[in-house]
Design a protein around this ligand. Structure first.
Ligand code: AMP
Length: 228
């Protein structure tokens, strides 16, 4: 059995993890899990864990590690057989989540999995601008992201998703106060997460995220040494 790869994209909210993940899905036929998208799905469906998620999203804080690790484990179990590579966008965000993921890699039902870690690097000021101009599709199975600032990322028809035709909105956590709280939460955990991976012997590929999505994708292919 060939070794499958799990790619972890680390980076602040708005650093472009989602756009890079979607480029990998489109161009390399990989599968992606965005824990943020999954959380928003639970929230809108009002599931048992939806209430905890609702509070965390509104306040810009994190959902508890146990809930998120279960979510990721179930998703990997469901998709691992049908793809060569999995991307985790927005997970892990804490050291216990990173430990949980390493534990999952040893799950015998998943076969051989190689973990590869990349960090999208971008200044906070650029992030605040990006998030303040971000629009997202309201269809929870789509959740495509647009920008009102960058021409190539604007929807063809104002306020409407190019992919599925649903309405576009500003995410309720993309407001200045929650953005600041999300960045604070990110920085609080980021360094210990990076230190943890270094201690475990992983190399962390650095991607310059202050570029257009297609350039970020090219940069990722080069750093990860992947031939499309
Ligand atoms: P995102 O779309 O990645 O910015 O995530 C939106 C929100 O979902 C976050 O602010 C958290 O409340 C929650 N969330 C997403 N991923 C995680 C995670 N790995 N751990 C804890 N909470 C998460």
């Amino acid at each position: 059995m060939s070794t499958k790869q799990i790619f972890v994209f680390l980076g602040a909210p708005g650093s472009g993890k989602g756009a890079l993940s979607r480029a990998c899905v489109k161009n390399l036929d990989w599968k992606e899990l965005s824990t943020g998208n999954e959380c928003r799905k639970h929230r809108s469906e009002g599931t048992k864990i939806g209430q905890e998620i609702d509070f965390a999203i509104k306040s810009g804080t994190l959902v508890s590690d146990g809930v998120i690790i279960d979510m990721v484990a179930q998703w990997i179990e469901k998709h691992v057989d049908s793809t060569s590579s999995i991307i985790l966008d927005g997970f892990p965000r804490t050291v216990p989540q990173a430990q949980g993921l390493i534990g999952l890699l040893g799950h015998e039902g998943f076969g051989a999995l190689r973990l590869r870690i990349f960090q999208l690097v971008l200044d906070d000021e650029v992030i605040v601008k990006r998030l303040s101009s971000r629009l997202v599709c309201t269809n929870k199975s789509c959740q495509t992201v647009y920008s009102t600032l960058v021409d190539s990322l604007k929807p063809k028809k104002e306020g409407i998703c190019d992919i599925c035709g649903s309405e576009l909105i500003r995410r309720d956590d993309d407001n200045p106060q929650t953005i600041r709280e999300r960045l604070r939460t990110y920085h609080y955990h980021a360094q210990s997460l990076l230190d943890f991976y270094k201690k475990e012997g992983y190399t962390i590929g650095q991607i310059n995220a202050d570029q257009l999505p297609e350039q970020v994708f090219e940069n990722f292919l080069a750093v990860a040494n992947i031939q499309p």
